[in-house]
Structures are given as structure tokens and as C-alpha cells.
Write a protein that binds this ligand. Structure first.
Ligand code: GLA
Length: 415
């Protein structure tokens, strides 16, 4: 975790600058883009003929990019705005593709224990299906990740109606959430490759009060950690819950179900829900329930006892934290065949463990592969669902003058 501290100091240095630039320019200024491209050309010619040291030949379609940041075109938005794909590559050959459409994580290439690289996140090869046919693959979710009951937000005596888009409730920020927005992008570091996406959500956007300025920074360091830093400010009191909705399959995306993957979640308690996945308000011990992941357990071990419709995990776990907002270990996953591991760290109070219950094989993802039910898991760091209706849950209210700041780290490894 020492690397994290370094990462933070880099980000702390880089961000005020990035913020000044992005708040004035909605899109990266031309000189910057040219510099980035130039940098890319230099890098690639420098690396010509010698692959990054740990990129193995076994990798079938690994992009094999040199360390640093690359920018490519990723098509055009529905409103005809050019959308970019940013590749962050570390010195171990791990690389992540991010697009400024939805501040979305598109591909994530990591090695198995033999050094074979595979893409471990579900998604699409091209931009267009993300417009209408994505169950939040890799997306930045906002303004409010997960559900608000009846789409009813009461704040300081005023009721704000939110879009109802999931049964009787409002899900993931409404019909046109942050996952469907075009974000400005700025490369903030090439040494520890990092890109910051920023966006202003206007007052009243999807019913929510307050103009909200949001920054989401993705950084990939050489300790194989993908660091995601969320920041936001508002001009009127509002509520906020931001997360990343990556669907992981550590055996490789499209490579069957995740039921054999072993999971541990640092949570002694969870928030039980009603039939529409709204927390009842109770904070219940996981002991003796299918939600007990305090020690490593295959996802499939007790999935059929979870109830729910469709059956599977789609629950908020209350992370064990000695101190509120303390950054620490949240969860880990081990895929026994490939040996790939994922660890999640966060300062958020909760994590949504979702086993892609709503997938059913109809979506054809990358390479035309069909994604089955339980073909992935999500570990969405967050505040608890429907917090605005639960006085006992940590508050999601953001006030003018305050800056929301939160960090989540996905760390990749093998064993
Ligand atoms: C979250 C929710 C799920 C589902 C997915 C998107 O994880 O908790 O119920 O809505 O997003 O399909």
C-alpha cells in the first residue's frame, strides 16, 4: 500500500491543475492532445521490436502496448461527438482501456500465473452497443449508484421526483445516468499512467438538485493497482453515490461462469432487502446466512440459498471499519484455474456484491461471445442503497463548499 501513498501524492499534485483545465475546457485542449500523441509516437518507436518485459507470447490478442498512456478514437456519440479510448499500461504489461463515454472501463488485461494475459472484464468491442444495450458494463455510475425507493428524494423538506427505471424505484442515477454522459478527459500523469474524466451535471439533472461537478481519476501503477479517485462538488445540497460497475471474470471475459471463483468479503453484516432490492433498514449479521463471506468461499457454494428473483447475490455488505471513512481491505477474489486474484480496497462504507444475475445469454459481448447468468461478478464500492430513506445509514448528502472525495483500489495478482 506504500505505492498508494505515492500515488496519492502524484494525484494531489496533478489534480488541481487538471481541475483548473477541465473546468475551463470541456474537452482536452488541442495542444495537449498533440503532446499526448507525440509522446505516444516517441514511446512506440522507442519500444519497436522489444515487447514490454512481462508480456508473454501466450497472450492471444493482447494489445501489447508500451508503458504509458495512449489515445485512440472510439467512434462517435449519438450526438456525433468524437469519443476516445485511453490505454493505460504499466511496466508489467498490464493495461486498461477507458473511454470518456460514461467514464467507462472497457478492457482490462492481466496475466494468469503462467503469464498469459486475458481481458477480465465484460463489455463490447465498439462504442455503439454501450448507448442502449449495456447493463452498466464497466461504467461510472452516478449520481446515485443503486436504488432510491419510489424515486422519491426528500431533502431539507423538498421532495424531488427521480426517474423510475427499475420496478417501482430509481436505479443508478436515472434513465440518463453518468454512464451515458460524455466526459472531458485529461491525462494527468504518464509515469504512473493516469487519466481524469470530468463532467458537470446541471442543477435538476435527472431530478437531482444542485449543479454537480464530478472528477473520476483512473491511475494504473506498477504495483498492479488500478486506483480510482472520485471527487465532486455541488452548488446546492444534494445526494451522491458513485461507483464503478465493472463485471469481472478472472478466468477471462466470456469464459463461462464465475461460480468456482473464491470470494472473501470483509463484512460481518449486510443490509437485507425487500423484493425490489430496497434495504429494509435492518443491519443483519451474515453469520449462518449465504452472505457469510468472512472466509474464502466459492461463489456457487450457497448461491441458491440467496433467494431473490432472479436468484443470486445482489446485496450490499457493510464493510468492517474501525473508523468511518477509513481506507482498508474490502474484498478479494481468487480464480483457482488461472490463479488470477483481485483485491478491493476502499474508504466507502459498503460494497455491492452482484453476480450478474440479470444476464441470461442474450447479450453478445466482445468477440460475439454470449454472456451467461453468473458470467461475472461486480464489487461496487458504495454508500448503502436507498440511504436517503434510512436515517441510520451513513449520509450521502453533499453540501456546497464541501468536496466529496473517495478512493477505491482494484489490485491484481496471481497465486
Ligand atoms: C446493480 C444492481 C443490480 C442490477 C445491476 C445492473 O448491481 O444492484 O440489481 O441492477 O446493477 O444490471
Amino acid at each position: 500500500m506504500r505505492s498508494l501513498l505515492i500515488a496519492f501524492s502524484i494525484l494531489a499534485l496533478a489534480l488541481p491543475q487538471a481541475r483548473a483545465q477541465t473546468s475551463h475546457h470541456q474537452h482536452q485542449s488541442a495542444p495537449h492532445r498533440e503532446n499526448a500523441m507525440h509522446h505516444h509516437r516517441e514511446k512506440s518507436s522507442h519500444h519497436q521490436g522489444k515487447a514490454a518485459p512481462s508480456v508473454q507470447q501466450g497472450a492471444t490478442y493482447h494489445p501489447n502496448t508500451p508503458p504509458g498512456v495512449q489515445i485512440a478514437n472510439f467512434g462517435k456519440s449519438q450526438s456525433n461527438v468524437p469519443i476516445k479510448l485511453y490505454t493505460l499500461t504499466n511496466s508489467n504489461g498490464i493495461s486498461v482501456n477507458l473511454t470518456n463515454y460514461g467514464a467507462t472501463l472497457v478492457n482490462l488485461w492481466v496475466p494468469d500465473r503462467r503469464g498469459k494475459f486475458e481481458d477480465i472484464v465484460l463489455g463490447y468491442d465498439s462504442l455503439t452497443p454501450y448507448f442502449t444495450n449495456s447493463p452498466y458494463f464497466g461504467a461510472t455510475v452516478g449520481r446515485y449508484a443503486n436504488r432510491i425507493a419510489r424515486g422519491e428524494l426528500n431533502l431539507n423538506g423538498i421532495t424531488y421526483p427521480l426517474p423510475i427505471n427499475n420496478g417501482p424505484n430509481s436505479l443508478h442515477g436515472g434513465k440518463v445516468g453518468f454512464n451515458k454522459r460524455i466526459w472531458a478527459a485529461q491525462i494527468v500523469s504518464r509515469k504512473e499512467p493516469a487519466v481524469v474524466f470530468s463532467m458537470t451535471s446541471p442543477d435538476g439533472d435527472q431530478g437531482y438538485p444542485g449543479a454537480l461537478q464530478t472528477w473520476v481519476t483512473f491511475m494504473l501503477n506498477n504495483q498492479n493497482e488500478l486506483v480510482i479517485l472520485y471527487e465532486a462538488t455541488t452548488h446546492r445540497p444534494t445526494v451522491l453515490n458513485l461507483t464503478n460497475h465493472s463485471y469481472f471474470n478472472l478466468a477471462g471475459e466470456g469464459n463461462g461462469k464465475v461460480l468456482h471463483s473464491l470470494v472473501r468479503i470483509n463484512a460481518s453484516r449486510y443490509t437485507p432487502t425487500d423484493a425490489h432490492l430496497i434495504p429494509t433498514g435492518e443491519i443483519r449479521s451474515v453469520a449462518g446466512t449465504p452472505f457469510d463471506f468472512r472466509t474464502l468461499k466459492p461463489i456457487g457454494a450457497s448461491i441458491h440459498q440467496t433467494g431473490g428473483n432472479p436468484i443470486g447475490y445482489d446485496n450490499n455488505f457493510v464493510l468492517n471499519k474501525p473508523l468511518f471513512k477509513q481506507f482498508g481491505f474490502a474484498a478479494e477474489v481468487i480464480e483457482p484455474n488461472s490463479g488470477r486474484t483481485l483485491q478491493v480496497f476502499t474508504d466507502q462504507p459498503g460494497i455491492q456484491f452482484y453476480t450478474a444475475n440479470f444476464l441470461n445469454g442474450t447479450i453478445k459481448g466482445k468477440g460475439g461471445k454470449k454472456y451467461p447468468q453468473y458470467g461475472a461478478f461486480c464489487l461496487e464500492t458504495q454508500h448503502f442503497p436507498d440511504s436517503p430513506h434510512q436515517a441510520r445509514f451513513p449520509s450521502t448528502v453533499l453540501y456546497p463548499g464541501d468536496t466529496f472525495r473517495s478512493v477505491t483500489v482494484y489490485k491484481f495478482g496471481v497465486r
